[in-house]
Design a protein around this ligand. Structure first.
Ligand code: ZN
Length: 338
C-alpha cells in the first residue's frame, strides 16, 4: 500500500509483451514469453510453409501461362474476359479469405489448440452487467490508471462477467479469510462488479504471471490471485510496503481495453504485526481494499483523506474520491469478443 511501486502491474505498455492471435491481443505484463505459438497458427492454417505464400498465392498466373506449345497463341476476346474475370475472382478470394479466416475461423479454433495464449472468447459473458455501480459521489479526488490506449480514458473489468479470485493461503495471518472476504465485499459494493471466490490455489505470485493458465484454472482468463507473501519472496514488499496490486489487460483492435487478470501480494509479517494493534483488523482490511482498488484500475492520489493515498494515514474506508473512481471503473464496457 505504501509506495508508488504498488502500481507496478498497472498499465504501462512499455513493460508489456503483446500477443495478437486471431485478431485478439493480449498484453502480458513484463512477460518474456508473450509469444505467438507459430506452430499452432501454422497448424490452424493447415500450412507449414511460408504463410505469405498462402496469402498471395501463385495461382492467378497459371491460367495465362502453361499453355501447351503449338496451340494458337491468341485468345478469343470472350475467353480473355473470362480468364481476366476468373483471375480477379481468384485474387479477390485470396485477398479476402485470409482476412475472414483470421477474423472468424482462427479465433474460433485457436483457443482449443494446445498452447493457445488466449481462452475461448465470451466465457461467462452475460448480455447485461451483472451488477450496477452506485451513483457517483461527484468527488474528483481520484485518479484512474493510465489507459494503454491514448484514445480510451481508462481500462476496466468487463462488468458483464464475474471477477473470479483465488487465494494462496501460505503464510496467511489469523483471520485472513475474513479480511479478504470483507475487503472484496467493499470493492464489489463500490464498483457493482460481481466477485466470485474460487477457493485456494497453489499458484505463487509472479511479475510474469500469465493471464491465461488453462491447466490451473480451465479455459478462461486467470482469476485475480491474492497471495500472502514475505519480503524474502517478494523484495518489492521490503520496508514499509504492506501490499502490491494491479491487473493485466487484453483487447481486440477496435474494441476497448479490458482488465482480465489481477494480482495482489500482501506482506504477511507486516499484517501479523498490524493485526495486534487495537484497530488492526480495520487497518489490515483497508490495505487489502487499497490493493484491490489498484486491481480494478485506480491509481494513487495526493489527497491524504482518500484510501488511495499511497501511505497509511489512518483512513480505513473508501472516501468520496475513491468511491467516485470505483463507481466509474464498475461501469466499463462489456466486451464479449474477448
Ligand atoms: Zn498503492
Amino acid at each position: 500500500m505504501q509506495n508508488s511501486d504498488s502500481d507496478r502491474w498497472s498499465s504501462h505498455p512499455a513493460d508489456q509483451a503483446m500477443v495478437t492471435v486471431g485478431g485478439r491481443t493480449v498484453a502480458v505484463r513484463r512477460s518474456p514469453s508473450g509469444r505467438i505459438p507459430q506452430w499452432a497458427i501454422d497448424e490452424a492454417l493447415g500450412n507449414t510453409d511460408d504463410p505469405a505464400l498462402w496469402r498471395t498465392g501463385t495461382y492467378p498466373g497459371q491460367p495465362l501461362s502453361g499453355r501447351p506449345v503449338g496451340r494458337p497463341r491468341g485468345i478469343r476476346p470472350w475467353r480473355r474476359w473470362l480468364v481476366i474475370g476468373l483471375s480477379l475472382a481468384l485474387l479477390a478470394g485470396l485477398y479476402f479469405t485470409p482476412a475472414l479466416f483470421d477474423r472468424y475461423v482462427l479465433p474460433a479454433i485457436l483457443p482449443y489448440l494446445p498452447g493457445s495464449p488466449v481462452p475461448p472468447s465470451g466465457v461467462e459473458a452475460s448480455d447485461i452487467p451483472l451488477g450496477q455501480a452506485p451513483a457517483s459521489t461527484g468527488s474528483l479526488a481520484y485518479k484512474l490508471q493510465e489507459s494503454p490506449d491514448p484514445g480510451q480514458p481508462y481500462a476496466a473489468y468487463d462488468p458483464c462477467r464475474p471477477v473470479h479470485y483465488v487465494v494462496r493461503p501460505d503464510n496467511a495471518p489469523p483471520g485472513a479469510d475474513r479480511l479478504i472476504e470483507e475487503a472484496v465485499a467493499e470493492v464489489s459494493a463500490a464498483t457493482g462488479l460481481r466477485f466470485v471466490y474460487d477457493g485456494n490455489t497453489t499458484e505463487a505470485p509472479s511479475e510474469e504471471r500469465e493471464s491465461y493458465q488453462p491447466d490451473l484454472y480451465g479455459k478462461r482468463w486467470a482469476p485475480v490471485l491474492i497471495a500472502w507473501s514475505t519480503p524474502d519472496k517478494s523484495p518489492d514488499l521490503a520496508g514499509d510496503v504492506d501490499g502490491l496490486g494491479g491487473s493485466a489487460y487484453a483487447y481486440i483492435p477496435g474494441q476497448p481495453y479490458v482488465l482480465v487478470a489481477g494480482q495482489v501480494e500482501l506482506d504477511a509479517p507486516d499484517f501479523k504485526e498490524t493485526l495486534e494493534w487495537p484497530d488492526g483488523h480495520a487497518y489490515a482490511r483497508a490495505v487489502i481494499m487499497h490493493e484491490l482498488a489498484h486491481v480494478v484500475g485506480l491509481d494513487h492520489v495526493d489527497d491524504p483523506t482518500q484510501l488511495m493515498y499511497p501511505e497509511g494515514t489512518g483512513v480505513t474506508t473508501f472516501a468520496d474520491g475513491d468511491r467516485a473512481g470505483l463507481a466509474l471503473l464498475g461501469s466499463g464496457p462489456c466486451v464479449p469478443q474477448l
